[in-house]
Design a binder for this molecule. Structure first.
Ligand code: F0G
Length: 385
């Protein structure tokens, strides 16, 4: 069966919404789960205890393809002619790939005027997406695209779209497969719009219901410190799912205060530069089910972690480094034990944001002062230099 060549659709019995002849695949989900002792050492973990899940190996270079193939398939089922998203770059690159390969839909992309990386922007442009830059950041772009697509009847593929999350469940299935269905103790994932953590929580709840696993791993979500709404709400303000009775007014008050203070998300990990995570309730539910935790990491911590991943492995983009930066913290705190079995999700490819990488390693003050200098990024010293 050709669908068995997709790392997403070979699990389609776990999200049976599409007739096989409607499925749109570009070969997504053929990703790698690798033991990473050099990163384990960096994080203070024992050899053999840490695995990295390289989702950057997807056709568009990020985990988004796992979900996009499902949303795009649904868009086709409802005969959509155009599909839209707001994006910090990866969702748009993914949508653009599906539109360009299948020639079935026109991609309409809203990006904020902030910091989309050139790797990601160039994908959207080359794949022929209609790319619109709006004044404002990702959160503004998402509001705008929601308005525009409901007004014009354009199919929306941001992670408010539930089919996206169905596809993203398969990241966990592939990890379990790689670990021979021995459930890890922890999954660590960067948090932006919180689609991944929501999807992962759903996957584990369903696998338990089906009797395929007897316990779920704990989920750790890592925000960038400059875009830390989820961390603030969950860890500082104690917002919890509470069987569905979560304190929505408290969340609203936080968002309103953020607006009043004109607090804008600001991080070099531009993929997760998001202050209004649309999947917040679903993410709260996911964390309730597994005793999850949330941490934040500064840009300097994120870039150090990213460089460590790259120094002995296949590399990742800055936002993905957040998972390793968060792991380091959780091990230091004693929340994660050095002997726990942990999988960090590396959400995007190292080539997505070359500017950030070059800036980090050269730290050329004249060239990069604006980007890095004032943040005081300290470079990792490697023994082999
Ligand atoms: N890592 C990368 C590389 C991302 O591109 C994103 C989200 C995340 C992590 C966060 O994942 O939203 O499921 O919590 N990027 C979106 C985009 C917002 O537009 O590409 P999440």
């Amino acid at each position: 069966d050709p669908l068995d060549f997709s790392g997403v659709w070979r699990f389609r019995r776990l999200f049976p919404f599409a007739p096989p002849d409607k499925v749109m695949t570009v070969g997504e989900g053929q990703t790698l789960c690798q033991r990473a002792d050099h990163v384990a050492a960096y994080a203070g973990m024992n050899p053999g205890c840490l695995y990295l899940q390289y989702e950057g190996m997807n056709p568009s270079g990020s985990f988004k393809d796992n979900g996009m193939t499902a949303a795009f398939t649904h868009a086709r089922m409802v005969n959509a002619r155009r599909a839209a998203c707001a994006s910090t770059g990866n969702t748009s690159a993914s949508l653009a790939v599906y539109c360009s390969v299948t020639q079935l839909m026109r991609a309409v992309i809203f990006i904020g005027s902030g910091k989309i990386s050139y790797g990601k922007l160039s994908q959207a442009l080359d794949y022929g997406a209609l790319t619109v830059q709006i004044a404002g950041d990702f959160d503004d772009a998402l509001r705008r695209v929601q308005e525009v697509s409901s007004r014009l009847g354009i199919y929306l593929v941001n992670s408010v779209n539930p089919f996206r999350l169905e596809g993203q469940k398969t990241i966990m299935l592939r990890i379990l497969e790689a670990l021979r269905w021995e459930v890890p103790d922890w999954i660590v994932v960067p948090g932006g719009n919180l689609g991944n953590v929501s999807a992962f929580g759903k996957a584990f709840a369903e696998l338990r219901d089906l009797g395929l696993i007897d316990r779920a791993p704990r989920l750790a979500v890592v925000n960038a410190a400059g875009a830390n709404t989820f961390y603030q709400l969950y860890e500082k303000q104690g917002v919890r799912w509470n069987g569905g009775a979560y304190d929505a007014p408290k969340v609203d008050r936080y968002m309103t205060a953020m607006d009043a203070a004109n607090l804008r998300a600001d991080t070099l990990a531009s993929a997760i530069e998001i202050n209004r995570p649309v999947n917040l309730p679903k993410a709260l539910r996911a964390l309730e089910r597994c005793g999850g935790v949330v941490r934040e990491a500064t840009d300097a911590e994120i870039l150090d972690a990213k460089a460590t991943v790259g120094a002995g492995g296949l590399g990742c983009e800055p936002a993905s480094g957040a998972s390793v930066a968060g792991l380091l913290k959780l091990v230091k705190e004693g929340v994660i034990a050095p002997s726990d079995r942990v999988v960090c999700i590396l959400t995007g490819h190292v080539l997505k944001d070359p500017d950030a990488t070059v800036a980090y390693h050269t730290a050329d003050p004249a060239h990069f002062a604006e980007k890095l200098g004032k943040r005081g990024v300290k470079r990792v010293q490697f023994a082999n230099r």
